[in-house]
Design a binder for this molecule. Structure first.
Ligand code: NAP
Length: 305
């Protein structure tokens, strides 16, 4: 790497893992309210596979003339600061770059981002683990915003995909709001899900006051909600049509420094489950995407650029 460029994983003609390229891009100095971060770790999330596959290009959401940057979540160290920034060079931070239509992403040696999109990583929390928290922790918190507090007699919440990143955080956070949580996951996930303090099932019968559909069961999840209950999905713009008086919502995770600060603190304290499956270099992004696409991976692949 020269001092004026850095390496980044992008897609030009998205078509799955084989279309991912590592290119040199120019360093961008931080503007007002921004920092430049040397990325130590970038988590591989399902949304990244969808971007690389061209799903959002096909939906007309991405209009990049040359290349589209991959990756939302990151953790690293501040190496330069713009005006009106309180963070010192050397501060360890984690955050997310949200939105789809962008030429840059977190799968890169460097990232220039607004401080509003990140939080300081607490001492004692390693950067690989911290990089797995932002988008999925904020999604879980956003699902809880949509669910609200449980009420007496209407407090049974089913979390599908409870052994996944969003579902795992949600299973813990929902108990704080009075929900009695049951996690639906694969048979081998029983110990993990029960360790979150949730009940465990591999199949669910209908009748739940609320279902948080982190496994993207869609209509199958809707069928599990009681009449007049609540379904919260994770795919904005792709929610099942309501029926039987059910409230149907979808979450959109976005940057929130204050909330991310709290989530990172709770991960550092061991209260929230952040799991790293493996760390791989930038060159192996396509392999990591192939592995995640196969399913069954527990914990995140983390890119070490
Ligand atoms: N809207 C937003 O802002 C937002 C933000 C973050 C994430 N998301 C979305 O939320 C979803 C979950 O993300 P994630 O990171 O939590 O994914 P993840 O870690 O892959 O978790 C999904 C879990 O669901 C499980 N699952 C799938 N089918 C199942 C079945 N039939 N029975 C039991 N378990 C099953 C998976 O197990 P297997 O691996 O064994 O299949 C996996 O453990 C993704 O679609 C993601 O794109 C949305």
């Amino acid at each position: 790497m020269s001092t004026s460029t850095f390496r980044a994983a992008v897609v030009r003609d998205p078509g799955g893992p084989d279309s991912i390229e590592i290119i040199d891009v120019p360093v961008r100095e931080p503007g007002r309210g921004e920092v430049r971060v040397a990325v130590a770790a970038a988590a591989v999330n399902p949304v990244d596979l969808a971007v690389a596959a061209g799903l959002f290009h096909a939906r007309g959401v991405i209009h990049q003339p040359d290349h589209t940057g991959l990756g939302w979540d990151f953790a690293g160290t501040v190496v330069a600061t713009g005006p009106d920034v309180d963070l010192a060079v050397g501060t360890r931070v984690a955050g997310l770059v949200d939105g789809f239509d962008r030429d840059h992403g977190s799968y890169a040696e460097q990232l220039t981002v607004p401080v509003a999109k990140l939080a300081v990583v607490p001492d004692g929390l390693d950067l690989s683990t911290a990089s797995t928290v932002p988008v999925n922790g904020l999604a879980a918190a956003g699902i809880l915003d949509l669910l609200g507090d449980a009420t007496p007699g209407a407090d049974r919440l089913l979390v599908t995909g409870a052994a996944g990143a969003v579902g795992g955080y949600l299973a813990v956070l929902a108990a704080d709001r009075g929900w009695r949580v049951t996690g639906l996951a694969r048979p081998a996930d029983e110990e993990f899900v029960r360790g979150l303090g949730a009940e465990f099932v591999t199949h669910a019968e209908p009748g739940w006051d609320a279902v948080a559909d982190c496994a993207v069961f869609q209509e199958r999840a809707l069928a599990l909600v009681r009449d007049g209950g609540t379904l919260v999905g994770v795919q904005p713009g792709n929610a099942p049509a309501t029926e039987r008086g059910i409230t149907v919502r979808t979450v959109v995770a976005g940057p929130d420094s204050t909330r991310l600060d709290d989530l990172l603190g709770r991960v550092a304290a061991g209260e929230l489950p952040a799991r790293v499956h493996a760390a791989v270099p930038l060159d192996q992004v396509p392999d990591a995407h192939r592995a995640v696409a196969g399913g069954g991976v527990r914990g995140r692949y983390v890119i070490h650029p």
